[in-house]
Design a protein around this ligand. Structure first.
Ligand code: G3D
Ligand code: MG
Length: 270
C-alpha cells in the first residue's frame, strides 16, 4: 500500500517572474483541484506519486504561492515557516530577478526554513532572443545549494511538471520522515528473511532457469564468504552489488538499478 506524506513547498521570487503562472500550469492542466482559502498567500494542493526505494509514495504538495513584493517581508517570512522545499524563480528576460534571488529571496528563506531543498528556475524560456542573462549564471549559483536548476516556461509548459516532480523527489530523498513513514508500514525482516527475499527477487528477474539462477547466487555468496545462517549487513550489500554485476549480461541498466533499489529495500527492513 502506498504511504502518504504531506509537504509544504513555496514558490518565491520577484513580482512578475511567473510564480502564479507556473502553479496554474502545473495544477490546473493536470488536475482540477480547487483553491483553498488562505490568509495573505494563495495555497493549492497537488497530489503526486513518487517512488522511494522502490515503493510508491503518495505525496501531497501544499504549494504556497508567495507575494513577490518586497514590502511584504513579514508575510513572506511567516509563509516560509514549516516549508520543506522551494521553487526559486527568476525571469530569464530580467537579470535583476536573478540578483534578487541572491540578495534577498534565498537568504530570507534559509533564515526561516534552514537548509531545505531548492530547485532554481529560469522562467519564460519561451521568449527566445530576449534573454538578459545566460542560464549558466543560474547554474553556477544553484551549484552552491545542491545544483538543481532548469529553464521553464509557464506558457509552453516546458519543464513545469519536471520542476515540481524534481522538488517532490528531493523532499522524500533526504533524511526526513519519509523513510520513517515507509519503514514503519512494513514488518521487520530477519537477516535470513532479507536473503530469502533477495534470492527470490533475483531468480524472478534473472530470466534463466531457477536452478541455474540459484547456482549463480551460491557462487556469489561463496566468493563473498557470506554465511547463509548469519550474514552481516556489509555482506548483503556486497551480494546486492555482485548480483547487479551478473545481471549486466542479461538485463538493461534501468532494470538492474531498479532491482538494486528493490533489494536494498529489503535490507532497509532488517
Ligand atoms: P508572479 O506570480 O511571479 O508575480 P505571474 O508572475 O505568474 O503573475 O506572471 C507575470 C507575467 O508574466 C504575466 O503576464 C504572465 O502571463 C507572464 N508569464 C509568466 N510566465 C511566463 C512564461 O513562461 N512565458 C511568458 N512569455 N510569459 C510568462 P501579464 O502580461 O499577464 O502580466
Ligand atoms: Mg503571483
Amino acid at each position: 500500500m502506498a504511504s502518504k506524506l504531506i509537504k509544504k513547498v513555496c514558490l518565491l521570487g520577484d513580482s512578475s517572474v511567473g510564480k502564479t503562472s507556473l502553479v496554474r500550469k502545473y495544477v490546473y492542466d493536470s488536475f482540477d483541484d480547487k483553491y483553498i482559502a488562505t490568509i495573505g498567500t494563495k495555497t493549492v494542493k497537488k497530489e503526486l506519486e513518487v517512488e522511494y526505494f522502490g515503493k510508491e509514495l503518495n505525496l501531497t504538495l501544499m504549494i504556497w504561492d508567495i507575494l513577490g513584493q518586497k514590502e511584504y517581508r513579514k508575510v513572506q517570512s511567516m509563509s516560509f515557516q514549516g516549508t520543506s522545499g522551494a521553487l526559486v524563480v527568476c525571469d530569464l528576460t530580467r537579470s535583476e530577478t536573478l540578483q534578487s534571488l541572491k540578495d534577498y529571496w534565498v537568504p530570507e528563506l534559509r533564515k526561516v526554513a534552514g537548509n531545505i531543498p531548492m530547485i532554481f528556475l529560469a522562467n519564460k524560456c519561451d521568449l527566445v532572443g530576449q534573454e538578459d542573462f545566460d542560464i549558466t549564471e543560474l547554474s553556477d549559483y544553484a551549484s552552491e545549494f545542491g545544483g538543481y536548476y532548469m529553464p521553464t516556461s509557464a506558457k509552453t509548459g516546458e519543464n513545469v511538471e519536471n520542476a515540481f516532480l524534481t522538488l517532490g523527489k528531493s523532499l522524500v530523498g533526504g533524511k526526513d520522515d519519509a523513510s520513517v513513514t515507509v519503514k514503519k508500514k512494513e514488518a521487520k525482516l530477519s537477516p535470513g528473511e532479507v536473503l530469502d527475499n533477495i534470492f527470490g527477487h533475483f531468480v524472478e528477474h534473472y530470466g534463466q532457469e531457477t536452478d541455474f539462477a540459484m547456482a549463480v547466487i551460491r557462487k556469489q555468496c561463496n566468493t563473498i564468504g557470506l554465511d547463509i545462517k548469519n550474514p552481516s549487513k556489509g555482506q548483503i550489500v556486497k551480494l546486492i552489488d555482485r548480483l547487479g554485476e551478473v545481471e549486466k549480461d542479461t538485463l538493461s541498466p534501468g532494470q538492474i538499478s531498479k532491482n538494486k533499489v528493490d533489494r536494498r529495500n529489503f535490507l532497509l527492513r532488517m
